[in-house]
Design a protein around this ligand. Structure first.
Ligand code: SF4
Ligand code: SF4
Length: 245
């Protein structure tokens, strides 16, 4: 599998690549170029960059056999150090799915200081919180988020991974799916566990919104989905946040 990545430590922020991309798949974020999920891997920007800061990356996808994966993971997005609304909504849905499967619910949170949101995620039902804490994660950069997410998911093999369908989620979650060698269903409006197979049933609008399609991923793990804000209700805290009176 081939993807395109920006070497952010070498990017000067000149913007030449943005103008070169025929499908507007490059955005400037934090002074550096960022490849989004609209990229068709045509390679034009690789030669457009005057300092060779963009490269084609060849990765061998690490597909997960079904038997070796377990647990429901929710990526909990922060904005200015606080959980965004869709993170709370996904925690409530993730808790339901985990309970249905008799599995643990894990929250992922990335940022410069994740102690307070981690406590809140426990109060929202997480059995555990995996935090990646670094100054470089305070502002979103898709390479850093992809790497942090892969570093955690590659060793622990979750069965289900959910993320908000925000600008941030849409930019980095599909790259995580590609690197894990699995599929991703975007903009789901319903998520249920099939009673017989235990597979995640992912429902989303299709054909211009005229139909609802239910998609399953029977052979690859994790099963990955994004959900737009305000599709699911946010549940109340299930327990008191640790460290709070
Ligand atoms: S590889 Fe092609 S589609 Fe992808 S960001 Fe570069 S120019 Fe755009
Ligand atoms: S052309 Fe190269 S140096 Fe300029 S913004 Fe794009 S990646 Fe960065």
């Amino acid at each position: 599998m081939t993807t395109v990545r920006v070497k952010t430590d070498e990017c000067t922020g000149c913007g030449d690549c943005v103008a070169s991309c025929p499908v507007a798949a490059i955005e400037m974020r934090g002074g550096a170029a960022c490849i989004t999920d609209a990229c068709t891997v045509c390679g034009i920007c690789v030669t457009a960059c005057p300092v060779e800061a963009i490269e084609m990356e060849h990765v061998a996808p690490a597909a997960r056999p079904r038997e070796s994966s377990s647990g429901v993971w929710v990526f909990a997005e922060l904005r200015h150090g606080r959980l965004v609304g869709v993170a709370r909504e996904l925690m409530a849905k993730g808790r339901q799915l985990a309970d249905r499967k008799g599995a643990a619910l894990t929250a992922l949170v990335f940022g410069a200081d994740v102690a307070a949101p981690a406590r809140e995620l426990v109060a929202l039902g997480a059995d555990r919180v995996l935090g990646a804490e670094h100054l470089a994660l305070e502002l979103f950069h898709d390479d850093a988020y992809v790497d942090a997410c892969l570093a955690l998911a590659a060793g622990q093999r979750p069965e289900i991974m959910l993320c908000g369908g925000t600008v941030l989620g849409r930019a980095f979650f599909p790259r995580v799916a590609a690197r894990l060698g699995t599929g991703l269903t975007a903009d789901c409006t319903a998520l249920e566990i099939d009673g017989e197979s235990g597979i995640l049933l992912q429902t989303r609008p299709a054909y211009g919104g005229n139909l609802l399609a239910t998609i399953a991923c029977p052979d690859r793990r994790p099963q990955m989905a994004t959900v737009r804000p305000k599709v699911f209700p946010a549940g109340p805290p299930t327990r008191r946040a640790p460290g709070r009176s």
